[in-house]
Design a protein around this ligand. Structure first.
Ligand code: ATP
Ligand code: MG
Length: 596
């Protein structure tokens, strides 16, 4: 797992290999300086205790050796600084690269992925997980190279100084290795548990904050607070488990190292007394031993970072393994034509029943068709499929002569505009929201679209008109204003296919009728020669009011995922069924004056 993590990093992150190499080289030189210092110490002590030098000569030798030690320390410092700077800055660069790459992949994923992935979880994967890769590449790699190099060099020096003592030093290390391996496994499992739960937690916060109006309206503050506290407690519990696993490592290694030190003191001390080891060598040996302890401790810590990074990488790769919407290469451009739907059956991924079954329908180019039907009958699903937000079996939807699956998504979505049931606005100015799909739209075009969408009277009440900032998700607008802003955003693109999914649910019937009447005129004007545009824009209008669809060329009544009836307004009124019932009910409501 660790090796595969490192292999992935080296393979996927360009530039990393080179920096790691340079960093390790700097770290090697720094470690060599560090490892040389005890030799100078040994020379100094042996000079002082060996006799044969007078006081002045001894002092001179001592001064020279002290200067050597200081220079070695300086050299060590310079190279260790370079290694740290190289690796830590590289880590930041790669963190950014990983995040950017994830965002790019995420944006390329199909809508179905977002329907099943909680956004809090995605947020955690975008923020925390690249950070733990960054920790591994920076301080982790630095620690690892220092650890391995200092360890290898110290052991080598000890073997040179006294092979028998060196063998003894190595006795505790197999135990340390076993312990680190054990702990490593539990750190991995527990860190995964912590990261996954963090996703749940952020998701809850995010939902609550964006749905704060509902929370307040339902007086759910206390209940939400308690639920959140429970989630947060669970996060704490998992983090504590992780901490406990990690906390054992460093003291454990320290203990084993301390035992080793005691043993060496006793055995080595006896060798000095018996004269088989000089005092200088013994002191130098102990200095190397002290150098070993830190790498052993830091190894535990580095392995912990590696385990975390392995978890994060797994989570990142889960996102990357998602199949992107296939590319548009080889796709045909969208050309205005009749939309023919034949025997279309569709179920959402993982759903038990079909959202649409055996729908057959033809929408002539340039016509306006209305879709009505009870809630949940499949109207939104139908328009999603026309937009290729989900894939449908070949042959079930054709535009002109071309199968929908062969039309490039980008061209389809460039030519089609949709106003969805729950329009989403960005926290930007109204003008920016309206020109969102067409950055080149000039101020007059934006103004015209706003006028057409019936936003004019509202604009006069806004302090800055079109330059008013609408707040996150458009919270400072009324539902109806938001819907009309979304309509303006669709119109400014001058689409060949306009899909209106119940766009006026928040408007009163009169305003709805006025906007639709203006829209009908405009749609007639949108005819552009060439590319099938002489037919004008095709409009699919989903609505819940008879008054909205009355003027459509053709009306379909959806029921339980099938088309229950179709015809013009007059034809449908002449038949028993949902449409006539709906018309009667709305007529009565109107007569009673209770229509909204
Ligand atoms: N993303 C989804 N995943 C799974 N099932 C879905 C999804 N969206 C809708 N459905 C289901 O598909 C069926 C049709 O829903 P759809 O949204 O198309 O209805 P609708 O006619 O637009 O209703 P309304 O008038 O309330 O907007 C419903 O049973 C709904 O629960
Ligand atoms: Mg719907």
């Amino acid at each position: 797992m660790i090796l595969s993590t490192i292999r992935w990093l080296l393979r996927e992150l360009p530039g990393l290999k080179r920096t790691l190499f340079l960093g390790a080289a700097a770290s090697l030189v720094g470690s060599a300086f560090a490892v040389a210092a005890p030799l100078a110490l040994r020379a100094a002590i042996d000079r002082m205790t060996g006799g044969g030098l007078d006081g002045a000569a001894m002092l001179k030798a001592l001064a020279a050796l002290a200067a050597v030690i200081a220079l070695l320390a300086l050299g060590e410092g310079v190279f260790r600084f370079s290694a740290r700077w190289l690796l830590v800055s590289q880590a930041r660069i790669q963190e950014h690269a990983v995040r950017e790459r994830m965002v790019r992949r995420l944006l390329g994923l199909p809508l179905s992925f977002f329907h099943r992935s909680p956004s809090g979880d995605l947020m955690a994967r975008l923020t925390n997980d690249p950070s733990s890769l960054q920790h591994l590449i920076g301080v982790g790699m630095l620690g690892l190279s220092n650890t391995v190099l200092v360890f290898a060099m110290s052991v080598a020096m000890m073997a040179v100084l006294s092979p028998s003592l060196a063998l003894m030093v190595l006795v505790p290390f197999p135990f340390i290795a076993v312990m680190i391996n054990r702990v490593g496994k539990s750190v991995y499992a527990r860190f995964r548990a912590v990261q996954d739960h963090y996703g749940v937690l952020t998701d809850r916060v995010q939902e609550n904050l964006s749905g704060i109006r509902v929370v307040k309206a339902m007086v759910r503050e206390r209940a939400e607070e308690e639920e959140f506290a429970a989630l947060s407690r669970e996060y704490m519990r998992r983090s504590l488990l992780l901490t406990r696993a990690q906390a054992a490592v460093i003291p454990g290694i320290g203990l084993l190292a301390g035992l080793g030190l005691g043993m060496i003191l006793y055995v080595g001390g006896r060798m000095v007394i018996s004269g088989s080891l000089t005092l200088g060598t013994f002191v130098a040996f102990n200095a190397y031993l002290a150098m070993l302890v830190w790498p052993a401790v830091s190894l535990g810590w580095v392995l912990n970072l590696v385990q975390r990074a392995a978890v994060s990488l797994e989570r990142i790769r889960e996102v990357e393994a998602e199949a992107a919407e296939e590319t548009d290469e080889g796709g045909e451009p969208f050309r205005q034509g009749d939309i023919d739907v034949s025997h279309l059956t569709f179920a959402y991924p993982g759903a038990a029943s079909c959202a649409l079954s055996d729908v057959t329908l033809s929408i002539p180019a340039g016509k306006t068709i209305g879709l009505v039907g009870p809630t949940g009958s499949g109207k939104t699903t139908f328009v999603r499929l026309i937009l290729r937000l989900y894939d449908v079996p070949a042959g079930s939807i054709r535009v002109g002569k071309t199968d929908l699956g062969r039309i490039s998504r980008s061209s389809l979505r460039a030519e089609a505009a949709v106003v969805s049931q729950e329009p989403f606005l960005y926290s930007d100015t109204l003008a920016a929201n309206i020109s969102f799909g067409r950055e080149d739209a000039g101020p007059e075009e934006i103004e015209e679209a706003a006028l057409l969408a019936g936003l004019k009277p509202d604009l006069e009440t806004f302090p800055k008109g079109l330059e008013t900032v609408v707040g996150e998700r458009g919270v400072t607008l009324s539902g109806g204003q938001r819907q009309r802003a979304a309509l303006a955003r669709a119109l400014v693109r001058r689409p060949r296919l306009l899909i209106l999914d119940d766009p006026f649910s928040a408007l009163d019937a009169e305003t709805e009728e006025a906007i639709l009447a203006r829209l009908r005129e405009e749609v007639g004007r949108l005819k552009t020669p060439g590319n099938g545009g002489e037919n004008g824009t095709t409009v699919i209008l989903v609505a819940h009011r008879v008054s909205a669809v009355r003027a459509c060329d053709w009306i379909c009544v959806f029921d339980g995922g099938t088309i229950a009836a179709r015809g013009t307004h007059e034809e449908l009124l002449g038949r028993d069924g949902f449409y006539r019932d709906m018309a009667r009910r709305q007529q009565i409501e109107e007569n009673l004056g209770i229509r909204d």
